[in-house]
Every structure is written in structure tokens, then in C-alpha cells.
Design a protein around this ligand. Structure first.
Ligand code: FES
Ligand SMILES: [Fe+2]
Length: 444
């Protein structure tokens, strides 16, 4: 097992990280070095804005949802009917976690199971046993006397809850910028502006570095080969369906995977600062989904005809909100990444729908999640096999580099945002690594 400093460049310093990210290639240690992973956890994942969850996961006061970011346990908690807060899952007394379930309801207060210190839903200290024994001590001036800690910053953006664990770092809107348009679009697709998660997510642990998964979100050249069997099986089934039958949802969603290189090339893409991107700025494999008449009329009634059409037309293949999130506006799906180790990643697939959405719209998101993103599906198992294969292949000696040369031109260096004609240009992936370098403190 390698340790910090065991590698050829000794890259645990900003200068070292610069050696790992070339203009058109990246070093394999980015994915295989536990030392690099440790610094990522301490630096990148604490300074970036990271997705926690959606407020619809915790509808009632006292509802909570826990997750782990950068090795730190967090509680997303409904503290009032209108307000959600994020607290560190760490008792102010001696550090026990306050809640141990992934989700639940804590009632009117959080009560530590160890010595029964209690906290209000905003995290302030409510009561401690044997209070008199603390008289004359310095507890009240100690952080332990002040209640629960919070992350450096948190933001409930239209129902999507994010945190930045560190006190320092960019503010939320300048960090995500244009990338927020995809979340806006998801909300706009709800006639009454309210979205809801469709139950529990699909969770899978994949034996690969998190960056291999996130790169693939912007990899338009792989479906033609990786998903060839799924696309041809779907085509065969489609040919045997009765003519003029209802569009079969699975076919509608799987057939576009068989599109050729030129389809992906023509969809266009946009790179944004800090590693974010929008793939499929002109159209995507989701653009051709059959219109849902009643839903469309409802949307037109709330937004007006022209605006409703624009909302429905915007359906990029994937928007990356670096580093934790990949979003699809249609079908409404968020993929959430939680690195577990240098070679292990938890992926959560959350399907969404407008509250009171027609059944077909709900089915569209749930069906896509199952068909394409479940590791048991005909699509994702091909991807997962290759992510794990990459992780093993990268350990081979010889070539230490991953090529990201496709479409590279020197003129892209220094361009924080840009649109490109070809969705096949690996700029959208190179851009993730430039975001990585910046968050690791290595940007020039
Ligand atoms: S550790 Fe929580 S009350 Fe003691
Ligand atoms: Fe894939």
C-alpha cells in the first residue's frame, strides 16, 4: 500500500498536484494514490459546495436525514415548517453521534444517547443533567457549552440543500453560477414549483475512484461501444412491438443509447468555472420523449405557453455540479457521489417528480433510474464493470497517464467558461480536473 509521498512526484503539495494534471492528460495517481485521496478529503471536499439532500426528504418538523461528507457525519434537519438546517452529528459534550439512523424524526429536540445532553432543533444547548455541578466551571465559555457545531456554510437552494464544510471558500452562487440553471429547470418543471423525491434512492458501492464515475457522466463516446448490447437488445424488442402502440417507456429511454458518434457530437456542451459543465446544450437523448398533453397544459397555465415550451426544451444530457452532483432535468434525476476510499465510491440515484405530477412523469424518472442507473440494469452494469476495470488497469506499470487529448487546443487554457460545438470534445472532462486542481490549491 502506498503512503503519502511514496509516489514519483511527492504530490501532496499544490506544486505536486500540478504535475498530476496536464493540459490534455492526467496522471494515474489521481485515482490510485491514498495520499492524494487523503488530501482531497481534507481540502477539496471541505472547500467545495457539496450536495446534502432535498428538503422533501424531511417534510415534518423534527425529520432528519444523515449523510457523510469528507469523513464527517452531518444531519439535515427540519427545524421549523419553513426551515431546514444542517448540523454536525457530534455531541457537544464528548463527541458521540446524536443520531445513528440514516433518517427519522427526533421530535422536539435532539437528545444524546450517551449522557442525555439535549439540544433544540436549531442546535443550541437545551439542557444537561446535573447542571449545578457545572456552576463555577468554564463550560459556558467553551465551545462545548454553546451547542452543536454547524458546517462553515449551508444553503437551501430552492429545496436542494448544500454545505461547504470549511469556513473559507467561495459563496454559493458564485461557485455554481450558470450550473444552477439545471436545478432551476427542475423546479420550473413543477407547475406549482414544488418537487419531491420519489422515495428512497438506489444506492450502490462501486470499486473505483469517484473521479472515474464523474468523468463518465461527460463521456459521450462510450455508449456506442459500452452500451452496444443494451441498445441492440432494445432495438430488437422495439421492432417486435405492435405498430401504433403506446410508446413503451423503456424503449423511449433505451433506444437513444444506440445513437451514433455524430448524434453526441452535435448535441454541444458548455464548460463552466470550478469544474461544472452542461453536456447537451442543444439537445440530448432525452429531448425526444413523448409530450404529456395534460402536464404540458398545466405547465402552460402556470408559466405561459412560450416559457413552458422553453422549460421543456431544456433537457441537457447531464449537468455536473462539481464535485458531488450530476443532474438530469428530464427525466428528473440527481446522481450523488460520496467517496468512501481511493478506490471505492458510494453512488446514490435520486428520482424526483413535481408534487401531484401525473403518473407518467413519475414513472419516467423512476423507470430511468432503474433501467439506466441501477447496477442491476442493462446499462449501468456495463459502466460499473468498466469503472472497476479502469481502477485495476491503472495499477499496471508502464504508461502512467490517462489521455484526455480529444478535441484539445491550447486556446482553451485560461477560458473559465466556453461553449463548444462538439459534445465529444473531452474539454468537459479536462474541465473537471482543472476544477480539481483549483480546489486542491494547485491552480496557477
Ligand atoms: S457524549 Fe453526548 S451527552 Fe455525553
Ligand atoms: Fe454509460
Amino acid at each position: 500500500m502506498k503512503r503519502i509521498g511514496d509516489n514519483m512526484t511527492g504530490h501532496t503539495s499544490p506544486e505536486g498536484f500540478r504535475h498530476l494534471v496536464g493540459p490534455d492528460r492526467v496522471h494515474r495517481d489521481l485515482y490510485t494514490d491514498p495520499g492524494v485521496y487523503a488530501v482531497e478529503q481534507a481540502r477539496l471536499w471541505t472547500h467545495a459546495w457539496v450536495y446534502v439532500g432535498h428538503e422533501s426528504q424531511i417534510p415534518a418538523v423534527g425529520d432528519y436525514y444523515t449523510t457523510e461528507i469528507a469523513g464527517q457525519s452531518l444531519i439535515m434537519l427540519r427545524k421549523s415548517p419553513q426551515e431546514v438546517t444542517v448540523l454536525m452529528n457530534r455531541c457537544a459534550h464528548k463527541g458521540s453521534q446524536l443520531v445513528h439512523e440514516r433518517e427519522g424524526n427526533c421530535g422536539k429536540m435532539l437528545r444524546c444517547p450517551y449522557h442525555a445532553w439535549t439540544y433544540r432543533l436549531d442546535g443550541s444547548l437545551l439542557s444537561i443533567p446535573l447542571k449545578n455541578d457545572y456552576e463555577g466551571t468554564n463550560l459556558s465559555s467553551c465551545p462545548s457549552g454553546k451547542g452543536l457545531s454547524s458546517p462553515g456554510a449551508s444553503m437551501n437552494y430552492r429545496g436542494f440543500v448544500f454545505v461547504r464544510i470549511s469556513e473559507d471558500g467561495p459563496d454559493f452562487t458564485s461557485y455554481f453560477g450558470e450550473a444552477l440553471a439545471t436545478l432551476d429547470n427542475m423546479v420550473a418543471r413543477a407547475p406549482d414549483g414544488e418537487l419531491s423525491v420519489l422515495g428512497q434512492p438506489l444506492r450502490s458501492r462501486i470499486d473505483c475512484n469517484w473521479k472515474l464515475y464523474l468523468e463518465n457522466v461527460n463521456d459521450t463516446v462510450h455508449p456506442i461501444s459500452t452500451h452496444e448490447s443494451a441498445a441492440s437488445a432494445a432495438k430488437e424488442v422495439a421492432q417486435n412491438l405492435p405498430e401504433n402502440g403506446d410508446t413503451v417507456l423503456a424503449m423511449e429511454q433505451l433506444l437513444p443509447f444506440g445513437a451514433g458518434y455524430s448524434f453526441y457530437s452535435e448535441m454541444g456542451a458548455r464548460v463552466l468555472p470550478h469544474g461544472h459543465s452542461v453536456l447537451g446544450t442543444k439537445f440530448s437523448i432525452h429531448t425526444g420523449y413523448a409530450p404529456l398533453q395534460d402536464y404540458q397544459m398545466e405547465l402552460e397555465a402556470s408559466h405561459g405557453q412560450e416559457a413552458a415550451q422553453q422549460i421543456l426544451q431544456f433537457s441537457p444530457q447531464n449537468t455536473v455540479l462539481y464535485p458531488s452532483l450530476a443532474a438530469k432535468a428530464s427525466p428528473m434525476i440527481l446522481r450523488v457521489l460520496r467517496p468512501l476510499a481511493v478506490d471505492r465510491t458510494l453512488v446514490e440515484i435520486w428520482a424526483f417528480a413535481p408534487k401531484n405530477a401525473p403518473a407518467r412523469l413519475r414513472q419516467r424518472a423512476a423507470s430511468y433510474a432503474r433501467l439506466v442507473f441501477s447496477p442491476m440494469s442493462v446499462v449501468a452494469h456495463d459502466d460499473v464493470h468498466l469503472f472497476e476495470s479502469q481502477q485495476r488497469g491503472l495499477l499496471c506499470s508502464g504508461n502512467e497517464w490517462l489521455s484526455l487529448h480529444r478535441g484539445y487546443q491550447d486556446s482553451e487554457i485560461g477560458q473559465a467558461s466556453a461553449s463548444m460545438d462538439s459534445g465529444n470534445n473531452e474539454w468537459v472532462i479536462r474541465n473537471q480536473h482543472r476544477g480539481w486542481l483549483e480546489l486542491m490549491g494547485g491552480a496557477a
